[in-house]
Design a protein around this ligand. Structure first.
Ligand SMILES: Nc1nc2c(ncn2[C@@H]2O[C@H](COP(=O)(O)OP(=O)(O)OP(=O)(O)O)[C@@H](O)[C@H]2O)c(=O)[nH]1
Ligand SMILES: [Mg+2]
Length: 396
């Protein structure tokens, strides 16, 4: 009996030991709950956080490739085809509406009075001076008009209108050469330097000229020598990008002369037709600005002479702008004036004053903020637009 009992006990012992051996390892494998932190806890943050989670490489790459949304289609920049320049001044003539009120309605109204007495001539003079024609030019125009109406005995509205138009065209000196020198010579690109006070419209005009040139089948490179503001180079690059023109720019606050030099070098290397260089125009330190422009000119001319230096003038600044303009003509050899914002002023007569005071032809006029709102300047067409007369009727 005791034997049976012993055997039974032995079996029971074996069973208990076997069972334990199965259960204990499982218990051991259970994750340990983190120990509460105590003041004597010596574990580091890393211990507490556990081992760093490392995503398996294969999974990461395949995950991205498989699950990422399809890549957006590569955008091919759309190169725009700008408007042709021929006839732009005629198309944009309505933009001169404010000036048209002074010249067309005002002056022509005065001239069509029954009696052209002293008072009327004085009013005519005042209108021209108000339109920023300038005192000297106004005197000359009015004196000649008075003389011709007296000699010719002109009285009809049409005749007086024709006489006034002829005098205004004459005051704009139609014999001046207004062509832009933008054609390459013997495979070397033409270099055009653009200068003017800040806000005059330099960058915009560079962009508009680039469009004109591209429309004429030329290749263009832009040089962002306005390193004063980073945004200036971005602005220029945007204009260039639209017509597929490369922009050379330097780091912010780089030496403008070295950027201009690099731009011309790049233009020579890539064989473009024209390099347009935009410059800074801040006026806080006039002497500094003029020194800087003088340096840009000298450094660029190591590659060869600059073909065209355009002074950008804001028509709405009137006679004040003329004083600033003179400073530029002393620093660089200005070969042409671009009068911008003529759409925003009643003082269209500033064109006459600018040419007279500076002795430099107005070559282009800006007539709006639109991409193609820049027109070659033509005295006869301009006067027709000012007076509200039909160019075709006059030419006929
Ligand atoms: N209405 C009108 N606005 C113009 C014309 N030309 C330029 N502008 C505007 O004038 C403002 C200044 O033009 P920008 O080209 O930036 O002038 P900027 O001379 O380069 O100025 P800075 O780089 O600051 O020296 C912009 O808002 C242009 O859109 C124009 O012919 N008519
Ligand atoms: Mg600018």
């Amino acid at each position: 009996m005791t034997e049976y009992l012993l055997v039974a006990l032995a079996l029971l012992g074996v069973l208990i030991i076997g069972g334990l051996s199965l259960v204990v390892p499982r218990l051991r494998r259970r994750p340990q709950p983190p120990l509460p932190r105590t003041e004597v806890d010596t574990r580091t943050e890393e211990d507490l956080a556990g081992p760093p989670v490392e995503a398996p490489e294969a999974e990461l790459t395949t995950g991205v490739v498989v699950e990422a949304p399809p890549a957006p289609p590569v955008e091919v920049p759309q190169v725009e085809v700008p408007e042709p320049t021929a006839g732009r001044l005629v198309r944009l003539r309505s933009r001169l509406s404010r000036s048209q009120n002074v010249f067309g309605k005002g002056l022509l109204g005065l001239l069509s009075r029954d009696r052209l007495d002293e008072d009327t001539w004085e009013e005519i003079e005042d209108s021209l001076i108000t339109a920023d024609v300038g005192i000297d030019a106004t005197r000359e125009i009015v004196d000649r008009l008075r003389e011709r109406t007296r000699v010719l005995g002109t009285r009809t509205g049409d005749e007086l209108r024709a006489l006034l138009a002829a005098e205004l065209v004459n005051a704009l000196d139609p014999s001046l050469d207004r062509s832009l020198r933008t054609a390459p010579k013997e495979g070397v690109p033409a270099v055009v330097l653009v200068v003017g006070v800040n806000g005059a419209g330099k960058t915009t005009t560079c962009g508009k000229i680039a469009r004109v040139l591209v429309a004429d089948g030329r290749s263009v490179l832009l040089g962002a020598a306005d390193t004063f503001r980073a945004a200036a180079a971005d602005q220029l690059e945007t204009w260039g990008g639209r017509v597929g023109a490369e922009t050379v720019r330097g780091p912010e606050a780089a030496d403008p002369a070295s950027v201009a030099f690099d731009a011309v070098k790049r233009g020579i290397d890539t064989g473009v037709d024209t390099v347009l260089i935009d410059t800074a125009g801040r006026l806080q330190n006039k002497v500094g600005l003029m020194d800087e422009l003088g340096k840009v000119k000298r450094v660029v001319e190591k590659h060869g002479p600059i073909d065209e230096t355009l002074l950008i003038l804001d028509a709405t600044t009137g006679q004040n702008g003329l004083e600033q303009a003179r400073v530029f003509t002393e620093a660089v050899n200005v070969t042409g004036v671009v009068l911008t914002k003529l759409d925003g002023t009643a003082k269209g007569g500033i064109v006459i004053a600018v040419q007279r005071k500076l002795g430099i032809p107005v070559k282009l006029v800006g007539l709006g903020e639109g991409k193609d709102d820049l027109a070659p300047f033509d005295p006869a067409q301009f006067v027709d637009a000012l007076l509200g007369t039909e160019p075709l009727a006059r030419d006929a």
